[in-house]
Design a protein. Sequence first.
Length: 81
Amino acid sequence: MHPMAVGTINLILYFAAVVIVAFSARLAFPIPDEVFRKILHFILLGSFYVLVVSYPVWWQAALVRRQNRRRAGARIREANV
């Protein structure tokens, strides 16, 4: 399977799992809105680790295609000449 697909699947599974746990905890326990919002922020921060580990190189984690980076770099070099 393509590394981009594996990383994307890992990211989707991470978000699905932690959001289910967060909303289940909210239903099971009386969590104030501010605390729940902070939990959602930590879930978002945790996705950074999943992005870094799931993708082989940083530009895939940033969801940037390598071919587009090369073309953009060439355009920048042409503009500076």
